[in-house]
Design a protein around this ligand. Structure first.
Ligand SMILES: Nc1ncnc2c1ncn2[C@@H]1O[C@H](COP(=O)(O)OP(=O)(O)OP(=O)(O)O)[C@@H](O)[C@H]1O
Ligand SMILES: O=P(O)(O)OC[C@H]1O[C@H](OP(=O)(O)OP(=O)(O)O)[C@H](O)[C@@H]1O
Ligand SMILES: [Mg+2]
Length: 284
């Protein structure tokens, strides 16, 4: 029996969703016209859908799991469980006003007409701040609304901010920070649970590998104590003697976010010939 997984057919999450499955050793191709596809080497079947529909499909058990942005998930309010964050599709749901308009607090939105594709999340925000405003729901190109007299403000997704900028808008509030998450139907039979467990294990290994680098360096033996204190490694660093007397080669694993600071410190401690290599999988 196959685990049925729903991913976005074409859009911002499609490529990263397929790449994640591929990096987990699950051979699926991007959809084309075929909206269902079985992996060749792992018991999953992929459904290619509009992202808006994914929470409903997973809630109803039409799909067992899905990949969807938190923005869509929380807007749709469906009963599905979040399994784990996936680290891509990062964006924020934000309120924006025409540039130059003063904004100090949510009360400044009182009486405004706000265009959005996220009426539920916007309504929550307005209610929380006891603001009365009119919500005008549109399904896309939201940022055009103030410029054509359709609304006074917008509430839409932002990542680089260039769409807001190009449309003469300024961001004034963040309602939600979002990324893609893996969601699941509340209950699955034991066979599907087992497939999902394997998949989660693979995803975690891929994520750990993406967050770390393998580092190799040469150092004089009298600097090794300082170098070890800088390089924790998965257990502890590997040390091999160099052919040249009094020198060693040290191998270790470094988190991506500590990387540049550590490299500076390693150089200062006497490390030379530093090589940094990506890790493909990391089994914890
Ligand atoms: N600018 C962005 N940067 C990063 N992630 C984004 C950005 N815009 C949207 N996302 C994330 O990607 C998801 C899909 O965005 P996309 O624009 O492809 O959706 P869509 O047009 O609604 O597609 P569909 O046709 O599937 O309904 C969003 O729900 C959000 O989680
Ligand atoms: O801050 P930025 O980097 O400019 O990104 C923000 C834009 O990206 C998304 O739309 P998208 O380009 O996915 O088009 P869509 O309207 O078809 O969803 C979102 O709806 C914004 O319009
Ligand atoms: Mg959509």
């Amino acid at each position: 029996m196959n685990l049925r997984i729903a991913i976005q057919k074409s859009g911002r999450l499609s490529e990263d969703s397929i790449k994640l499955l591929n990096d987990c050793g699950i051979a699926v191709k991007s959809s084309g016209a075929k909206l269902r596809s079985e992996a060749e080497n792992f018991p999953v079947e992929v459904y290619f859908l509009r992202d808006d529909d994914i929470p409903q499909y997973v809630q109803d058990g039409v799909a067992d799991i899905g990949i969807v942005g938190e923005n869509v998930l929380y807007e749709k309010c469906k009963d599905v469980d979040v399994v784990l964050p996936l680290g891509f599709g990062r964006c924020r749901l934000a309120l924006a006003l025409p540039r130059g308009m003063t904004y100090n607090e949510p009360a400044d939105l009182e009486g405004m007409k706000i265009a959005t594709s996220y009426p539920f999340l916007l309504q929550n925000f307005l209610r929380k701040h006891r603001v009365e405003a009119e919500i005008h729901e549109i399904s896309g190109s939201v940022e055009i609304a103030p410029g054509i007299g359709l609304a006074d403000a917008v509430c839409d997704l932002v990542s680089s901010g260039s769409t807001l900028f190009m449309n003469g808008l300024q961001e004034v509030e963040t309602l939600l920070d979002s990324q893609a998450v893996l969601v699941r139907h509340a209950t699955l039979d034991e066979q599907k649970e087992e497939i999902l467990r394997k998949m989660i294990f693979r995803i975690r290994s891929v994520q750990a590998a993406r967050k770390n680098k393998y580092i190799l360096l040469n150092a004089p033996n009298n600097t090794l104590d300082i170098i070890f204190s800088l390089l924790p490694g998965m257990k502890s660093p590997t040390v091999l003697p160099l052919a040249e007397e009094g020198w060693s080669s040290v191998h270790s694993v470094l988190p991506e976010d500590e990387f540049w600071d550590k490299i500076e410190a390693l150089k200062a401690a006497g490390a030379q010939g530093i090589l940094v290599v990506p890790i493909e999988k990391m089994i914890l």
